[in-house]
Ligand binder design. Structure first.
Ligand code: HEM
Length: 458
């Protein structure tokens, strides 16, 4: 098996060039709407804490691991997710992503058993067959045709989330969901700016009507799914059934329809958009790195013996997972998150006043100059079994950290590994043109101009 260890990283893929110092005023608004990563200043890539007064009354970018451990773990009860809740609340209500305290805890406990690693491994055949359907479609195109990888990855991961966690016999539900989710991402930037900058509610919001329409359509589609399930004679043991059967341990109440829709939508949206972006960027980086593609193809052939990827193979695909982790370092699917201080709190040497917004630019943390050698270079050896131990828990966190860490982390890693290995077993990919896709933060990290790659499937 080819092992690439200690290679000098020479490939520096497209990245955002941060402003030398914080920008303000109209330039800030324009930059934010274009790409929120464009307003994260160089200092955030060099220091641990950067205070800023251009976005609302109190605001700081935090990228230091010790400080983040305080925010996300040690003192997590002193911080809220109020900006995320305000942003996602109209869509996701008070589901697992957008609730706090006891209300969050019981919902997390109800969903957690669905995400046990051992059980998730039983989904591998579903991941593989969804990928085979895509490969069949690619095979029908003339060899070397440029394919829309971003859209294709969304299709595969969407099929998977529908087939695994939230099955429905009505294919139109999935299609309606996908169309509204797409409209929502495209109109979301103004809303994100208003929420981040704490704009008063009376200030008119461009796109607000489109967002409301998309939200109504999304919630109606999921409502239809629930009705269908209530009418069904047999109930598979899946997330929907568990959520329907769950009771709040304090009040004894079960979830009403609104709460069920909140959670089902949360899993639909959080569970495929992120994974599809991880795959999109990974395929791009591999198309740019023939030596890593060869190494992975060899590893996959050796581990699987040319058979379909199975649950036994996942942990043995070591180089493959190294590459996935490095891709999520350079292009974290969730590029930023945030917390808000509930009261005054000490963060290292900084005294944070109540109401301060802590912006956590995961994208910038993953390229921090004090913590990563050649931070912008593609170098999967960083995650080799020998080197990975040197990476601190709070310097690399594509899935977040602390009690609110992504519940779907193991699901996503198994899914991405299965899909990537299945694609590399059969397909060859290459850059379609000179297009160098810049990463743009919408809710997830998109390639500007899409991701066309040429594909050959014999
Ligand atoms: C590569 C794929 C994924 C990435 C990068 C990702 C990233 C994240 C991050 C960063 C958070 C924490 C946000 C914060 O603390 O502010 C999160 C939370 C969450 N993720 Fe994921 N995620 C991925 C896949 C998934 C999948 C596959 C599912 C479900 C099937 C999922 C469901 C959730 C849910 C429900 C939460 C909220 C958890 C809570 O607050 O208790 N995610 N995700």
């Amino acid at each position: 098996m080819a092992a690439i260890v200690g290679s000098t990283p020479t490939f520096v893929p497209p990245h955002v060039v941060p402003p030398a110092r914080a920008i303000k005023g109209l330039a800030l608004i324009a930059g934010f709407l274009r790409n929120p990563l464009e307003i994260v200043p160089q200092d955030a890539y060099e220091q641990d804490y950067v205070a800023f007064n251009g976005l609302g009354p109190r605001f700081a970018w935090v990228t230091g691991p010790d400080l983040l451990k305080t925010v996300l773990l040690d003192e997590s009860d002193k911080f809220s997710k109020s900006v995320q809740i305000e942003f996602f609340g109209p869509l996701l209500g008070q589901g697992i992503l957008t609730s706090e305290g006891a209300d969050w805890r019981w919902q997390r406990q109800v969903a957690a058993p669905m995400f046990r690693r051992q059980d998730l491994l039983s989904f591998v055949p579903v991941f593989v067959s969804a990928t085979h359907r895509l490969l069949d479609r690619w095979r029908r195109s003339p060899a070397g045709t440029p394919q829309r990888i971003e859209a294709d990855m969304t299709e595969v991961t969407f099929d998977i989330i529908c087939a695994t966690l939230l099955p429905s016999s009505d294919a139109t539900v999935g299609l309606a969901l996908e169309a509204s989710a797409d409209r929502l991402q495209r109109s979301a930037m103004w809303r994100q700016l208003y929420v981040t900058a704490h704009m008063p509610k009376w200030v008119p919001q461009p796109g607000a009507r489109r967002i409301r329409a998309a939200v109504r359509a999304l919630r109606a589609s999921v409502g239809a799914l629930l009705t269908e399930r209530r009418r069904a004679l047999s109930q598979p043991d899946d997330l929907i059934r568990r959520l329907m059967a769950a009771h709040d341990p304090v009040t004894g109440a079960s979830m009403n329809d609104e709460q069920l829709i909140d959670n089902l939508l949360t899993f639909y949206l959080a569970g495929h958009e992120t994974t599809s972006k991880a795959l999109t960027w990974t395929l791009y980086l591999l198309a740019c790195s023939p030596q890593w593609t060869v190494a992975l193809t060899e590893e996959i052939a050796e581990v699987t013996g040319g058979k379909p990827v199975s649950s036994d193979h996942i942990d043995k695909l070591v180089l493959t997972q190294q590459v996935i982790k490095e891709c999520m370092r350079l292009y974290p699917p969730v590029p930023t998150t945030s917390r808000q201080a509930i009261g005054d709190v000490r963060l290292g040497e900084h005294l944070i006043k109540a109401g301060t917004s802590i912006a956590i630019p995961i994208y910038a943390m993953h390229r921090h100059q004090k913590r990563w050698r050649h931070p912008n270079a593609f170098d999967p050896t960083r995650f080799s079994p020998m080197n990975e131990g040197d990476i601190s828990r709070y310097q690399y966190m594509p899935f977040g950290a602390g009690p609110r860490i992504c519940i779907g982390m193991a699901f996503a890693m198994i899914e991405i590994t299965s899909i990537l290995a299945t694609i590399l077993q059969q397909a060859k990919l290459a850059l379609a043109d000179v297009h160098a896709p810049l990463p743009v933060a919408r809710i997830t990290l998109h390639p500007k101009g899409g991701m066309p790659l040429r594909v050959w499937v014999p």
